[in-house]
Design a protein around this ligand. Structure first.
Ligand code: HEM
Length: 331
């Protein structure tokens, strides 16, 4: 049902985007501005919400030995005990998806044994997808800024390293399509994953797939007016919009899908991108045994705690009856 709904939703969105060439002003200027505003506002609201959520104690994911006696070997980056080790853990997570690398799969062997095995494909294609996406967006700065920033030429030459085809085929163009195909088919073919997949899993994949395919079609098959597109993009970003005389239907579609992605982003799971920086299970050092962390609003609310002594006093008789050890024998 989720899959069907996402496909229908995607085709409706795509049809609207394709027909956008009838109105260059609405689809070339108004909708992109609206999308940018919703995107920025949505992200700011999300960040304020995260920043305001109480984190009264350190929630630490302990995927390795924590710092303890000097002769016990510890795992610095899985279980960091200070700020710089935590920064390294964050970087490993953000740049290399370290926790996903440790992902395991469970299956039933010979009809009765539950076995866990290594599962690296998801990590590989997730890395391929995210890095390609980032590099493609960075390469697009040749449209967004005048003059074109230097890093764009560098990225273009690395990305077009194999010098195959005219125009040169970018490695990221192949990688993003392959990776998205894997990520999509994984949800459709694997019955266990299909069972837990929702429209909100399929739809963003279709949307990004649509953006990539329309971009590739524009670059390699249907020529669009890049000078006019650059004028439009620079105009929008410098708040000096120039309404284009005409929009190529493919470009209108590409831009509309990007606008829908921007609008959808802050209210969907895609917001994990900025969210990772606010994740208390990643961004806090595990120094609970080294330092005493006191909840900052204890005094403000005059918190009263039920101490162990009080607990023992309360249940002394019951505990004694079942032979539980007591710290104090009698009150
Ligand atoms: C989420 C953001 C975007 C993604 C993922 C994306 C993706 C792509 C991809 C994969 C291509 C194929 C060629 C290449 O890799 O350079 C492409 C081409 C293109 N994109 Fe985008 N795009 C995005 C945003 C935009 C925006 C905002 C514009 C508006 C200026 C735009 C305009 C174009 C144009 C004109 C081409 C054809 C390039 C050429 O002929 O060399 N894209 N896009």
């Amino acid at each position: 049902m989720g899959l069907f709904f996402s496909i229908v939703a995607f085709f409706i969105v795509a049809l609207i985007g394709y027909l956008g060439y009838f109105s260059p002003m609405i689809f070339g200027v108004v909708i992109p501005y609206l999308a940018l505003a919703i995107f920025l506002l949505g992200i700011v609201v999300r960040i304020i919400k995260w920043a305001k959520s109480p984190v009264p104690f350190r929630i630490t994911t302990t995927a390795g030995q924590q710092k303890t006696m000097p002769w016990i070997r510890r795992n610095r980056f899985d279980n960091p005990s200070n700020a710089w080790e935590t920064i390294v853990r964050m970087l490993l997570e953000i740049l290399f998806f370290r926790s996903l690398f440790r992902n395991t799969k469970a299956s039933i062997k010979d009809g009765k044994k539950l076995v866990y095995g290594s599962e690296k494909w998801l990590w590989l294609f997730a890395i391929l997808f995210h890095w390609s996406f980032l590099i493609i967006v960075l390469r697009h700065f040749r449209f967004f800024s005048q003059p074109t920033p230097n890093f764009v030429s560098l990225l273009q030459s690395i990305d077009g390293f194999f010098q195959v085809g005219v125009p040169i085929i970018y490695i990221t163009n192949v990688a993003i399509v392959v990776a998205l195909t894997y990520l999509f088919l994984r949800r459709v073919i694997n019955q266990k994953i299909k069972y837990i997949s929702l429209s909100s899993d399929y739809f963003p994949l279709l949307l990004i797939f649509g953006i990539a395919i329309t971009g590739i079609l524009m670059r390699y098959f249907f020529k669009v007016d890049l000078v006019q597109i650059k004028e439009l993009a620079v105009g929008i970003l410098s708040f000096n919009p120039v309404i284009p005389e005409a929009l190529h239907p493919l470009f209108s579609l590409h831009l509309f899908l990007v606008s829908v992605l921007l609008i959808y982003f802050p209210m969907s799971k895609l917001v994990h991108m900025p969210g990772i920086f606010f994740s208390p299970t990643r961004n806090l050092a595990n120094d609970n045994r080294e330092k005493r962390h006191i909840n900052p609003w204890n005094n403000e609310f005059k918190m009263h705690y039920h101490t162990y002594e009080e607990y023992e006093d309360e249940f002394r008789e019951v505990m004694k009856n079942v032979n539980l050890p007591l710290e104090k024998e009698e009150k």
